[in-house]
Design a protein around this ligand. Structure first.
Ligand SMILES: Cc1ncc(C[n+]2csc(CCOP(=O)(O)OP(=O)(O)O)c2C)c(N)n1
Length: 320
C-alpha cells in the first residue's frame, strides 16, 4: 500500500469506515424492513471513492456516480444521517425521501446524482465538462461507472466526444470484476479495459483500487491535466465488492475461495495493517473506528426519528 504520511492514510481510513458503517447500517435497516426499494451496497470498494474525492476540489468539480453511489456521497461529505434518512423515505433525507438509494443527488456536495441507467452518467458528465469550457470555472467532471458499463454505447459516445473536444472529464471505471452476476472476463476479449483509452486518443491507466493513496495520486495526475485544458482520461480502478450485487444476492456465481481472497485484499483491513506496520498503535485505530461507529449509531437513531415524507407533496419537484 502506498503511504506518504500516516495522517493521510488515517484520514482515508476514517472516510472508509464511514462508508462501510453506513452500508452496514443500511443492510441492518433493510433486514428490519425499514429500507425498501432497490439498494446496491459498495462494501469493499471504499478506497476508490475516498481516494478519488481526496484529489478533487469539490468547490468546483463534479462527480457523476451510479446506483452504487452511497460511498461517493459519503466521500463527498454528505452526512450519513442525510443518506440514511433518504433511504428511509424521511422528509429530512438528502432529497426529501424521494430519490431513495439509487437516485439521490447532492449537488451542494459536488455529487450530481446517481443513475440507474448503466453508463448514463458518462454523457451527463460530458455536459458538465462542456459547460466548464464556457463558464471559466475550471471544473473537472468525474464520471464513475462499473466495468460492465464500458460496453454501453453511451459510454463509447461520451469518451469519443470528450476526447474529440478535449473536455475536462475523468472516466473512472470501478472494476469489481462482475457486471451484476456475470464475470467481466466472459464479456470481453481484452479485459484490460484501460487500454481502450488509446483508441479514443486519451491517456489510460490501471490503478490499485483498494489503495486510497494510489487512487488519489492517479486521479490527481489526470485532474491537473484536464484542468489545464489537455482533455479527458480513463482510469480503471481494480477492486472487488465483498457483498452481493444487490441486497439478497446469494453470490452463488462466485467460485470457491474468491470471496475469502477479496476479504483479505479489501481496503479497510489493508489500510489498518499498513498503519500498524508503520508503528501506529492498535488503540489509536480502535479509537478512530469507535468514533465512526458512534457517529453512525447516532445518525441511524436521528434518521429513524424523523417524520416520513408527506405523501401529499408527491407531485412537488416533478416536471413533465
Ligand atoms: C442501460 C441498462 N442496462 C441494463 C441494466 C441492468 N443492470 C443493472 S446493474 C447492471 C450491471 C452493471 O455492471 P457494472 O457496470 O460492472 O457495475 P456494478 O454493478 O458492478 O457496480 C446491469 C446490467 C440497467 N440498469 N441499465
Amino acid at each position: 500500500m502506498t503511504t506518504r504520511s500516516t495522517k493521510e492514510l488515517v484520514d482515508h481510513l476514517r472516510v472508509m469506515y464511514r462508508i462501510r458503517f453506513t452500508e452496514e447500517t443500511i443492510a441492518a435497516l433493510r433486514a428490519a424492513g425499514d429500507v425498501v426499494g432497490s439498494v446496491h451496497l459498495c462494501n469493499g470498494q471504499e478506497a476508490v471513492y475516498t481516494g478519488a474525492v481526496a484529489a478533487l476540489d469539490l468547490a468546483v468539480d463534479a462527480v457523476f456516480p451510479t446506483y452504487r453511489g452511497h460511498g461517493w456521497a459519503i466521500a463527498c461529505g454528505v452526512p450519513p444521517r442525510a443518506v440514511l434518512a433518504e433511504l428511509l423515505g424521511r422528509a429530512g433525507g438528502i432529497n426529501g425521501g424521494r430519490g431513495g438509494s439509487a437516485y439521490f443527488t447532492a449537488p451542494d456536495h459536488g455529487m450530481f446524482g446517481e443513475n440507474s441507467i448503466v453508463g448514463a452518467g458518462a454523457p451527463i458528465a460530458c455536459g458538465a465538462a462542456l459547460s466548464a469550457t464556457f463558464d471559466g470555472s475550471g471544473r473537472v467532471a468525474l464520471a464513475a461507472f462499473g466495468e460492465g458499463a464500458m460496453n454501453q454505447g453511451a459510454v463509447h459516445e461520451a469518451m469519443n466526444f470528450a476526447a474529440a473536444r478535449s473536455l475536462p472529464v475523468i472516466f473512472l471505471v470501478e472494476n469489481n470484476a462482475y457486471s451484476e452476476l456475470t464475470p467481466t472476463d466472459t464479456m470481453v476479449r481484452n479485459d484490460q479495459l484501460f487500454r481502450r483509452a488509446a483508441g479514443y486518443g486519451m491517456p489510460g491507466a490501471r490503478v490499485d483500487g483498494n489503495d486510497p493513496v494510489a487512487v488519489a495520486d492517479a486521479v490527481g495526475k489526470v485532474l491537473e491535466r484536464a484542468r489545464a485544458g489537455r482533455g479527458p482520461a480513463l482510469l480503471e480502478a481494480m477492486t472487488q465488492r465483498i457483498v452481493g450485487h444487490y441486497i439478497g444476492d446469494a453470490q452463488h456465481y462466485r467460485p470457491a475461495g474468491e470471496l475469502d481472497a477479496a476479504l483479505e485484499a479489501e481496503p479497510i483491513g489493508r489500510a489498518e495493517r499498513a498503519l500498524r506496520a508503520t508503528g501506529v498503535a492498535a488503540a489509536e485505530l480502535d479509537a478512530v473506528r469507535a468514533a465512526v461507529r458512534t457517529e453512525l449509531e447516532v445518525a441511524a437513531a436521528e434518521a429513524l426519528a424523523e417524520p416520513l415524507a408527506d405523501p401529499t407533496t408527491v407531485l412537488e419537484h416533478l416536471h413533465a
